[in-house]
Design a protein around this ligand. Structure first.
Ligand code: GAF
Length: 380
């Protein structure tokens, strides 16, 4: 199979001036906490997306990809939200935000190739925005810090594409390190690279891509986010992060009965679980993270209501086959499940998940193990 440079030559008839890679991510724990100013603990996947690029001097952008619809062409001049077809929105958004914030970037030919399973909630969109920012700034001679690239990429999604996501995915894409998990404080935006050496402890991280059609994703995500923001206003805090575990019961009593209480309970308890998971990683007690993953899943299923039947089936099957813990990962409404397993249980858990899907009449899931991998970087 041709690499990104060869594909670029095929598409554009000349060589690229640089190639950048940005990984997908999975989140170990800390779900729907980022836009509440809370904590998350993602890792980068070995699967990544590459952008091969070269400058153009006519202000035009041309996009080619084997995986994404296109090709597309647009001019930077007059670029505005809604001005490009959906298939070009993430890259156009990344360039738009750079121009908006006064970065001098010009025309580009861009070729995208990806091994990140698309539509599975593994942050292809964050990887695409980050890699496009890196390519454009790299070729036009000013390279922002990784944290700044993450912020620009998030703004591209928020303000150009119209997805109200938090900063977790872009931070993982830019800042994750090989063999480590990224402890992210989404209020201060400080990060700590935490030990996550699965092999040393004889464990593996199983990823089950349920391939469940992701239903209602955007509206339901925005709905969860605005419930949290409303609750924060009632509780007179700037973000739910400020409500801690010991204050939870009193806080819940101040909220109307029903789903808002449940959403708040999830966010507050999930932040506590992240902090506990980080303590355990630091103490080399990885096995004990398992029950926290399962507790996170129960909270996301019952209180945050972002799970679906395929996801619950994968979690239950993995646990019944001996996984130390399992949960939905990412925004939800489909997507992937992770399970922490003793390495000798990988096969048994994989087979159990496949059998449970077959029994329920679901399409076959994709199951693989993931090692924590490096964040985005220039390849050539
Ligand atoms: C999606 C969003 F893009 C993230 O910002 C985060 O909120 C996540 O869902 C849930 O934790 O991936």
């Amino acid at each position: 199979m041709n690499g990104p440079a060869a594909q670029f030559r095929q598409a554009f008839g000349r060589s690229p001036q640089g190639v950048w890679a940005a990984p997908g991510r999975i989140n170990l724990i800390g779900e729907h906490t980022d836009y509440n100013g809370g904590f998350a603990l993602p890792i980068a996947l070995p699967h990544s997306l590459t952008v091969a690029a070269a400058r153009r001097d006519d202000g035009k952008v041309r996009l080619h990809s084997r995986q994404f619809p296109g090709p597309h062409e647009f001019f930077l001049d007059g670029l505005a939200p809604g001005s490009v077809p959906e298939g070009a929105a993430y890259q156009a958004g990344a360039l738009w935000v750079l121009l908006e914030e006064g970065h001098r970037v010009g025309g580009l030919d861009l070729l995208v190739d990806s091994t990140i399973p698309a539509g599975s909630g593994l942050s292809t969109s964050a990887a695409l925005c980050c890699a496009t920012v890196l390519a454009a700034t790299g070729l036009y001679g000013h390279e922002p810090a990784p944290e700044e690239v993450a912020r620009l990429a998030q703004r591209a999604e928020n303000d150009f594409v119209g997805v109200p996501c938090g900063i977790m995915d872009q931070s993982a894409v830019m800042l994750a390190e090989q063999g480590r998990a990224l402890f992210l404080d989404c209020r201060s935006l400080t990060t700590v690279s935490e030990p996550f050496d699965l092999a040393e402890q004889g464990m593996s991280l199983l990823v089950v891509d349920t391939r469940a059609p992701r239903r209602l994703v955007e509206g339901a995500y925005a709905d969860r986010r605005s419930s949290c923001e409303r609750a924060a206003r009632v509780l007179e805090v700037s973000a739910l992060r400020e409500v801690t575990g010991p204050e939870l019961d009193r806080a819940l009593q101040r909220l109307p009965e029903g789903s808002v209480r449940a959403r708040v309970r999830h966010v507050v308890t999930e932040n506590e679980r992240v902090l506990r998971a980080v303590e355990l990683l630091r103490a080399g007690r990885l096995r004990e993270v398992g029950p926290l993953l399962t507790a996170s899943h129960v909270s996301l299923r019952e209180d945050y209501e972002v799970s679906v039947a395929e996801v619950d089936t994968a979690v239950e099957a993995a646990l019944s086959a001996g996984a130390l813990g399992a949960r939905i990962t990412g925004g939800g409404f489909g997507g992937c499940v992770i399970a922490l397993v003793d390495s000798e249980q990988v096969q048994v858990c994989t087979e159990a998940v496949r059998a449970a899907f077959a029994e329920r009449g679901f399409g076959a899931p994709e199951v693989f193990t993931a090692l924590p991998s490096a964040g985005a970087r220039r390849l050539s």
